[in-house]
Design a protein around this ligand. Structure first.
Ligand code: IPE
Ligand code: IPE
Ligand code: MG
Length: 238
């Protein structure tokens, strides 16, 4: 099918999956797969820069991922610190604004401090918004929104008849970010795994069998080519 050059591409969201399988295929431990993931993140940032995409959300750690073995979880948290410290200069130079989504308070103090410093340092940048989804769950986000909405009703800031889709969107973690145009998932799994449940209502879904550490710039461009063949109707007619 022909690709549509006019199709919106403001926000790309990626479920970076398959690190463990990538390592297993090579006879390595799962954590080596997580270490190998960094290059693919670089490529994704690069491609977004080339295309002038404004928002890139990367699902790095879900609320359910806390149930993994302690050693794997603590390795991922250390890797997060290492990623921030090792990349903040380059991200800043590329005018990237680093942000997060999820229950950041769950993240151990060291990586959380590194993240907060990096976010502070890049807060004035005007290029790509790179949003790391950390301890993120779509249902947790909805729960947190319900708690805040009912709190605001109890304190008289809003009344129940104020509740509209627009209002609920304003209570999500990052209300200024447009819904993802496309959600890409690597590794062959075809599910959302609790990612952006509210925001994905009309996102196009692109699945690829490539494992995340093997997912390079060329593969991302090809996923985006697939996205551009889609006809987005939003329930209306073309
Ligand atoms: C994705 O890779 C990274 C995280 C969920 C943190 P996985 O660790 O889920 O890799 P597979 O799915 O086991 O191959
Ligand atoms: C989804 O991958 C979460 C991230 C990529 C961070 P999982 O590997 O945790 O998802 P399931 O368990 O296969 O659904
Ligand atoms: Mg997985």
């Amino acid at each position: 099918m022909k690709s549509d050059p006019g199709i919106d591409l403001r926000h790309i969201a990626i479920i970076m999956d398959g690190n463990g399988r990538w390592a297993r295929k090579r006879g390595l431990s799962r954590i080596k797969g997580h270490s190998a993931a960094e290059k693919s993140i670089h490529d994704a940032v690069e491609v977004c820069g080339e295309l002038g995409v404004k928002y890139l959300t990367l699902y790095a750690f879900s609320t359910e991922n806390w149930s993994r073995p302690k050693a794997e979880v603590s390795f991922i948290m250390k890797l997060l610190s290492r990623f921030i410290k090792g990349n903040i200069d380059e991200l800043d130079r590329k005018n990237v604004k680093l942000r997060t989504t999820g229950r950041l308070n769950d993240i151990p103090e060291n990586p959380r401090k590194d993240l907060e410093l990096a976010m502070e340092r890049t807060s004035g940048n005007t290029g790509l918004n790179l949003i790391l989804a950390l301890s993120y769950g779509g249902r947790a986000e909805l729960c947190d929104a319900f708690v805040r909405i009912t709190g605001d009703i109890a304190s008289g800031n809003i009344i129940s008849s104020d509740i509209t889709e627009e209002l609920i969107s304003r209570y999500m973690y990052n209300s200024d970010i447009p819904d993802p145009d496309v959600i890409i998932r690597t590794s062959g799994e075809q599910r959302l795994s609790n990612f952006l449940l509210w925001q994905s209502a009309y996102s196009e879904l692109v699945f690829t069998p490539v494992l995340w550490p093997d997912y390079n710039a060329e593969q991302l461009r090809s996923s985006l080519d697939e996205y551009r063949t889609r006809k987005r109707r939003f329930g209306g007619l073309e």
